[in-house]
Design a binder for this molecule. Structure first.
Ligand code: CP
Length: 295
């Protein structure tokens, strides 16, 4: 089995992975002893890559790590040859991040190996969605009935797409807020749309701030970081409008002072480091499901 997109999982399958992740938190097992996991990150990453590698190690797996800059891809080796070469080394699972949509599916076809998509372009980042759901569930007990505001660079965000798929299916209400350049109307998504961040922030249980994806040209979509922050950033003043018990999330990495003020990112409502922590047991649960039960 592979995992390409959160949309491939039913609500029951999502809940099963979250339950399994709860059981893995802080644990080590030998479920993937004798297995080898390969991470291939053609786009930069800190938290996803390291948490997949830690998760694989905590399941007892061997881990090999491919980085394009120091590989024969830098000599011009094609994507297909690179992926087939890693597959031929005798690995059991590929974890792939690439700027192009669909590379995980192609890798699966080229090698016949299970593949977990660790982020492809603007489309999907399913394990991020799962760790975000686990983080919400741990705080609120359930995601059903939560009011979630997703704010910012929606157009470029695979994280937003994952949430927009999963949250309504699990019973949450989603409101999108962003400038028209990041959130055109009519919105193609089944969520409410607002340009009034103050009122949305005041009513939300979860304020999920998105990174402005400068590497995808997002800065051309607004006049300046300062004006973006004033209108669509979670400033300290705006965060003070939040309800008691409401929380702030962000997938990271953060542009401090642009989409979120440092004091809010580091403040008591912030679950940003909980999101990072939850990445390890979630990825253990996903890998154990994809590989452990196949053989
Ligand atoms: N959230 C996320 O995918 O972070 P990295 O790019 O550091 O992996």
């Amino acid at each position: 089995m592979s995992l390409f997109d959160i949309a491939d999982l039913s609500p029951a399958e999502i809940i099963e992975i979250l339950d399994r992740a709860e059981a893995y938190a802080g644990k080590r097992t030998d479920e993937l002893a004798e297995k080898t996991v390969a991470t291939l990150f053609f786009e930069n990453s800190t938290r996803t890559r390291l948490s997949f590698e830690l998760a694989a190690t905590r399941l007892g797996s061997e881990v090999v790590s491919f980085t394009p800059e120091s590989s024969s891809a830098a000599k011009g080796e094609s994507l297909r040859d690179t992926i087939q070469t890693v597959g031929a080394l005798g690995v059991d699972l590929l974890i792939i991040r690439h700027r192009n949509v669909g590379v995980a599916e192609m890798a699966n076809r080229w090698t016949g190996l299970p593949v977990i998509n660790a982020g492809d372009g603007r489309r999907a980042h399913p394990t991020q969605t799962l760790l975000d759901l686990l983080t919400m569930r741990r705080r609120f007990g359930t995601v059903a009935g939560l009011s979630v505001a997703i704010v910012g660079d929606i157009a470029n965000s695979r994280v937003a797409r994952g949430m927009l798929d999963a949250l309504p299916r699990l019973g949450s209400r989603v409101t999108l807020v962003g400038p028209s350049t990041f959130l055109p109307e009519p919105s193609p998504w089944s969520a409410s749309v607002s340009r009034d961040l103050d009122s949305v922030v005041a009513g939300a249980d979860v304020v999920y701030m998105l990174r402005v994806q400068k590497e995808r040209g997002a800065t051309a979509a607004y006049p300046s970081d300062a004006s973006y922050s004033r209108r669509f950033g979670l400033t300290e003043e705006r965060a003070s409008l939040m309800k008691p018990g409401a929380v702030v999330m962000h997938p990271g990495p953060i542009n401090r002072g642009v989409e979120i003020a440092s004091s809010v990112a580091d403040g008591e409502r912030s679950l940003i480091l909980d999101q990072v922590r939850n990445g390890v047991p979630v990825r253990m649960a996903v890998m154990a499901s994809e590989v452990g039960e196949r053989h």
